[in-house]
Design a protein around this ligand. Structure first.
Ligand code: UN1
Length: 510
């Protein structure tokens, strides 16, 4: 039995090569250490050269030198670089989406959506380049002006994950460049090709507008490259996206040298479904949030907390929807669930399912691997729903797979307590038509997450809001709103134009 029909590794190689050529990037033909790989078939595509210690040193020094120039460039002119990058991203939307699908396994619509997110954040950062506002503050002294001024921070080290291999880079880079910073990027080892494409487009944008080439440097490499960024005092801000385990190392190491870190770590996102929820809307919102990107978003819905009265019919409807999910080749327009990133990710999912069963859970649907006869190294999996007797140990952990745990509640207070009783705090939602319930969920006594939604799932945030979460999610905020402040330093200025020396707090001296 062949099962899922897939393109060949040669087809994917040709498609990746064509996309890279169209963006103007060099197709790697020899390499040390790294390999570009596709989860669609599980095959290696190209060898990729990896950066060593010398390359890392050179890149940091170059980005630091470029910073000294870039910080003097007026912010609206810095915005012109980001505008040009946004134009190139629009022009090459399909090429970038191809590379995202090939390396991360995203279905077409989600890969295009990721590129759209990049375009959107460029538009945002162009506007931001004219809005890096500081406040003026009423001085307590006559003839004095008190103000805050925002200045560029330095070199930003961006460490990104495989699941949003391009968008998370763009959130950081578009904002950092507008803020007057330069960037050194260490992407996931799993996604070198899309990284080469993004780097090339930014280099083209820099050439087109006459910005210094070294405002951005890409370092493809293993963990040692990330460690160098973490420990180097020339990296003013380390913006790292990944697991909580990774963040536990990065945070203290950056803090030990008094650097800044911005951490986007694990999520264990939940939705509360109240008795008044619109069932059609809830089912569609839940399925996208739990199953989209094959359950491999930081914002993926992993826990469903359902009122006891509506739990059985809701689970029945979700089960019916899960049984019909088209699983397979992410380039096929009818597919909704592409591959997991690796067979190891499937092993983790199986291990979580086994633990859930041992902890009293009941598998309702899914959890099996779909055979892909031509590609034994690819992991296609049926998204799973497990009913659990409560928030057991495995439910409190993030498993990066399409695995949805369902629990029941009787009172909203109980639902909120369950909701918040996990170590992570990224995204959350409530499905309800009761305004009092919705507002309570959004209030100080409600969800403790960085993102809290009503009648929409936990994933798929727009770039205009700040993105990030609390507790073990790391506390960082990226992308929109005032997240830019993390990429700048504020100076408080007191200017005395009175001709008299007046000391604050009525202190007299001399
Ligand atoms: C991530 O999974 O790391 O809100 C980022 C979302 C996307 C970004 C996810 N806009 O699901």
């Amino acid at each position: 039995m062949n099962g899922i029909v897939l393109p060949s590794a040669d087809d994917l190689r040709a498609r990746a090569r064509a996309a890279l050529q169209r963006v103007g990037a060099t197709v790697p033909d020899r390499g040390t250490g790294l390999r570009a790989r596709t989860p669609i078939t599980g095959d290696d595509l190209f060898p990729v050269p990896a950066a060593g210690a010398d390359d890392t040193e050179e890149a940091i020094a170059a980005a630091r030198a470029a910073f000294l120039d870039w910080r003097r460039t007026p912010a609206p002119r810095r915005g012109e670089l980001v505008r040009r990058l946004g134009e190139l991203l629009r022009e090459h939307k399909e090429d970038l989406a191809d590379l995202i699908t090939i390396e991360a396994g995203k279905i077409r619509s989600e890969a295009l959506g990721e590129v759209q997110e990049m375009v959107d954040v460029c538009d945002f950062a162009v506007g931001l380049s004219r809005q890096l506002y500081g406040r003026t503050i009423a001085s307590e002294r006559p003839g004095h002006r008190l103000a805050e001024t925002w200045h560029p921070l330095g070199v930003v080290g961006v460490i990104s994950a495989f699941n949003f291999p391009a968008a998370v880079w763009s959130w950081n880079t578009a904002v950092a460049l507008a803020c007057g910073d330069t960037v050194v990027w260490k992407p996931s080892e799993l996604t070198p090709l899309i990284s080469l494409a993004c780097d090339r487009l930014l280099a083209r944008a820099a050439e087109d507008v006459g910005a210094p080439r070294d405002v951005h440097r890409l370092l493809l490499g293993d963990r040692s490259v990330g460690e160098r960024l973490v420990d180097d005092p020339r990296i003013a801000l380390v913006s790292a996206t990944g697991s909580t385990r990774m963040g536990r190392e990065v945070g203290p190491r950056v803090a030990a040298r008094f650097g800044r870190s911005l951490l986007e770590l694990g999520g264990n996102n939940a939705a509360v479904v109240a008795p008044s929820a619109d069932p059609d809307l809830a089912v569609r919102g839940i399925v996208f949030a739990a199953v989209g990107t094959a359950g491999q978003r930081c914002t993926t819905l992993r826990r469903l907390i359902v009122h006891r009265e509506v739990a059985d019919p809701l689970v029945d409807r979700l089960t019916a929807a899960y049984q019909k999910l088209p699983i397979g080749d992410p380039f096929d327009r009818s597919t909704l669930v592409g591959p997991l990133i690796s067979t190891a990710a499937f092993d983790d999912m199986r291990a979580a399912l086994d633990r859930a069963r041992d902890e009293g859970g009941e598998l309702i649907v899914g959890g099996e691997r779909r055979p892909a006869g031509s590609a034994p190294g690819a992991a296609y999996v049926e998204p799973a729903i497990v009913r659990v007797p409560g928030q057991t140990d495995v439910v409190r952990e993030e498993t990066f797979a399409p695995l949805l745990y369902v629990m029941t509640y009787d009172t909203l207070d109980e639902a909120i307590a369950l909701h918040n009783d996990v170590p992570q705090g990224l995204s959350s939602s409530i499905f309800t038509r009761d305004q009092r319930e919705a507002e309570l969920f959004l209030s100080a006594e409600g969800s403790d997450c960085g993102i809290a939604n009503v009648n929409i799932g936990t994933s798929g945030a727009e770039i205009g809001g700040a993105f990030g979460g609390e507790k073990e999610t790391g506390g960082g905020r990226e992308s929109g709103s005032d997240a830019w402040r993390a990429y700048m330093r504020a100076a408080t200025n007191t200017v005395n134009y009175s001709g008299q020396l007046a000391l604050a707090q009525n202190v007299s001296f001399l």
